[in-house]
Each structure stands twice: as C-alpha cells, then as structure tokens.
Design a binder for this molecule. Sequence first.
Ligand code: GTP
Length: 597
Amino acid sequence: TELSKIRNFSIVAHIDHGKSTLADRLIQMTGTVAERDMQEQLLDSMDIERERGITIKANTVRIEYPAQDGQTYVLNLIDTPGHVDFGYEVSRSMRAVEGSLLVVDASQGVEAQTLANVYQAIEADHEIVPVLNKVDLPAAEPDRVREQIEDVIGIEAHDAVEISAKTGLGIPDVLEAIVQRLPAPKGDRDAPLKAMLVDSYYDAYLGVVVIIRVIDGVIRKGDRIRMMRTGGTYGIDRLGVFKPAMQNIAELGPGEIGFLTASIKQVRDTRVGDTITHEKKQCATPLPGFKPAQPVVFCGLFPVDSSEFEDLRTAIEKLALNDASFSYEMETSAALGFGFRCGFLGLLHLEVIRDRIEREYDIELITTAPSVVYHIYTRDGAMSELHNPADMPDPATIDHIEEPRIKATILVPDEYLGDVLKLCQDRRGIQLDLTYAGSRAMAVYDLPLNEVVFDFYDRLKSVTKGYASFDYQLEGYRQDTLVKMQVLVNDEPVDALSMMVHRDRAETRGRAMCEKLKELIPRHMFKIPIQAAIGGRVIARETLSAMRKDVTAKCYGGDATRKRKLLDKQKAGKKKMRQFGKVEIPQQAFISALKMD
Ligand code: GTP
C-alpha cells in the first residue's frame, strides 16, 4: 500500500468512555467483518476482559475505508489498554502509530486516565482528534466537555467530532477525520528492513505471534530476519494482517502494521520495542527501544488444597508464556506449604491472573498480603531488593529502608473532595497540587505505593460513590521508617500475614488485623491469643475465648439425624481450613484479614 493511503492510529480514553464500542463501530461500518460475525467488543478477545469490560492486551485491526475523496485508505487501529496498571503497554503501542482519537464521554468529561493516556499520545508526537462520545445521553454536555478538554488538557477541541458509538451517529465523520486530519506515515521502501516489534502473544496453534510495524523496507513471507536486541534469527513462516481475523499477506511495506510467526518458542524470546531487520542486509541503527515493564506488586499464591501444587505450577507457567510482565518463583511457607511468589504490574494485573488461575484452571488459591519492592540498605553499604516480608534480614543489620512512591492524579466532583483529601492524608500522602476545572477538582498526591496496594481503589470508589477517577505513575524510592509486622496466632507466627508497614501506622494496622482475625477464626476448645508484633514486641492483642460446649450439645433429645448433619457440616467446613499449630484458620480469613479498614 502507498504511504499516502495509510493512516495508523490508536484510541485513547478513560475506562468506560466507549473506546471498544467505537472500535467495533469502525470495524462494522467499513464492512471489515460480515454483519453476522459481528460480536460486541470484537477487540477484547479474552473472556475475562469481556466480562469485566476491560482491555488488557494491545490488539490491532486493519480497516479498508473508501473515503469521500474517492480513494480507498488502509486504517490500522492499535487498541491500547485503558487501565492504570497497563500504562506501560499504552506507551509502547503509541510509538507504532502517528495519531490518536481522544474519546471523552460527553456526559462525564475528562477523567484521570483520559489525562494519563492523552499525555502519552502527546509525548509520542501524535496528531490528536478529540471525539465526544455518548451524545445520545440526555446528560451529555458536549460544549462544556469541549471547553474542559481545552482548559484541562490544553489541546484544540472546537472541531471535536460528536458521536454516539452506541447508535452509530457520527461514525462516518470519525472515519473522514482519520483520513483528513491524521498524518500519513513516512518511510523508505528501498532502505534495508527496519520494523518495530510492537507486541507478541502466545497462540496455542501458531506459537508466538509477533505484531510488527514496518518503518523502512519490505518484509516478505520466507524472509530470514534478525531481532537486533536479542540477536535471535528466524525464518518467517507466516505474514499477515488482522481484519480482525488473521489473513495471510505476501508482504508488508513501510507504514504497514501486521503480524508474523516464525517458530518462536516463547513470548520471552521477543522483546517489545526490539528492531526487526533482515538477517543478511541489516539496517544501520536500531530503534530506541523501550524499557521492560517491571513488576511492582508481589504476593504469594498457594493452592488451598496442597495436592494441587503441580497443577498450579502448570497454570502459572502457561500464563507466563503469554505475559512477559508477570514473574514467578517457587516459595515455601511454614503455614501454607508450597506455592509461588509472583510479581505483577499492579493490583488489577494481580486480580486478573488470580482469577484466571481459579477459573480457567479450577484451582482454589490463598493469596498472601500484596507487597511492594523495598530497598534494604544494610550497614555494610549493600542494597538488596525485598520482595517478600518473610525474607526481611535481621533488623540489627539494617541501616535504612526505602519504599517506592507514586505520583497519583485524582479527579473528583467537588462535593467529595474533602473525603478524598482525608483518605490521601491517612495514607501518608503529600499534596503536590490541587486545581479546579468546572465542578471537578484535580488533586495530585505523592503517596507511598504500599498504602495504595491494599485497598486504595476500593476506598476511593466508596468514599466518592464511584465518581472519582485515579491514575498513577511510579516516581522513585524514598527512605522512611518501615518495620515488619508479624501476626501470631496461638503464639505461632503466621508468615502469610506478615507485612511491611510504616512505624506510625503499625498499631492501627495491627489492631485492625487482630480484631478481624478474632471474628474470622472459629472458636476452639481452648483460648487463642491473637497478636501483632514488631520484632519481639507485641503491639496489639485480642483473645478468642474457648468454645463452651460441643456444637452437638445444642441438640437436646436424641435427634440423631440432626446430630449427624451438624457433624457432616463441620467436616465439610474443615476442608477449607488450614492448620497452624493447634489452630485451624479458614481460608476466607486470609482473604478478609488482608483487606484493611
Ligand atoms: P474499557 O474497555 O474498559 O477501556 O472501556 P471502553 O472505553 O472500551 O468502553 P466500552 O466501549 O466498553 O463502553 C462502556 C459502556 O458505555 C458500555 O456499556 C457501552 O455500551 C456504553 N457506551 C459506549 N458508547 C456509548 C454511546 O455512544 N452511548 C451510550 N449511551 N452508551 C455508550
């Protein structure tokens, strides 16, 4: 395809503002998919994505569009994830295209991820076309939102396209705007091959599928290619485009986006941002590349039923094949037995993986307290990363500890601002900025990541009745007084419940944890002390009193069936228990105890 007939773009939006619905409409209206094959949210391929309505992996689609000028254009859409955990994937897909549609819900206005994502587009030098969606809603205020886009984001919005992705209104205008307002890609067909590795995923039938954007030169089926950063060389088995079903193609030239397969064994062999060139005739300089996504939240995953450990290993290995940003290593816990310590990009990423293991592989899991990565400086001047509170070295050898901090941007209607500020304050936040745009406030906070990983989203949503939006980026490490808090049940430490906390927050946390456990652990025949401790010092304590009588004692008279039923019930309940010394703790207690406040 001629360069002047190509437009490459992505859609940036806050969650739920209608990005996927718009993508579906664009595909549908250009007849890319036959009407009968049209399925809502075509681009969200994984079930879990569909269920939760979130887009996780970047997806691409090639659309052929006969424009009003009589020419047919090839429009390549790269779908980017909208959630805060996946900001990194947004930035890398952005580099593969020249423009963005900025979708804003005309009844909601600009939200935190609108900002975060549009800034990435601006950074990638994109031409941006603002699109006001959901104008079919009675609450839509396109004029106000237009103004807000200009005030808050600082881009021209008077010629924003008004649409309803739901009814189809305005979709032809979007297609024309893509052709007329976004730039065509640049590239040299005669230069040596230079293509960007945009993304890759594992397909059970095809092996690793690599999504590429050709910058210069031409790539053909059968070519021998070299990945410049990893040094790997491969022969191309298959070359194609997504429409959105895979379709083979003989070659891809400059400006084009498509996929290749080349008998690559695992996703880890492909580095996103790598430069693909011909094995023999190489291009002179590789592309700048990207920094790999680093896991920032770690937690332990253990099977409830310890005989399922091998099944868990298989599940984790399979998931990791398709997700290079998910890391794992084996872990043993005195209380929980064999499991894995896993690293994630954020809490949502953690939840998605945990859900998939439970649902797709049918393994019930115990998840330990999520922890961030601490930097531990010992007295001898060495620094080590701490991924697991259980590995904390002897405090006497530690000089100081640093924790990761984030810069959080929160947008919220005025009336809830007070609650949001209080929440941030409670979580050791430092206010960096507070501005107003219309009836919304934008608060920017410097917060410790460890205060956010527990339940910050949940709390934020609940104090603002769901009206706040939130986005963050990692800012770096800072020293603070952090300690390891242990939980002891019947004088036995339960390592799965130990956590790193700020000294000033330890008592509150410890007390809350003990109170919660007291409710969650069933009574035994003896008294059980539940304690939180730092080092050898107890900072909170509760006592679970002993059970007074046998449960069956309630059944006065001789109702044998009733008695049998009760005993059976007790036995069934036991299956979901874990034994800690002499005490049995129900699995639910771990999950609940770790949700704070
Ligand atoms: P993520 O995939 O989570 O990033 O969300 P998204 O931005 O892709 O939003 P999605 O397309 O899933 O739309 C969110 C909700 O808004 C869905 O329930 C849509 O049906 C609805 N929606 C999308 N466009 C319109 C519209 O033009 N009008 C109305 N009334 N509803 C819309």
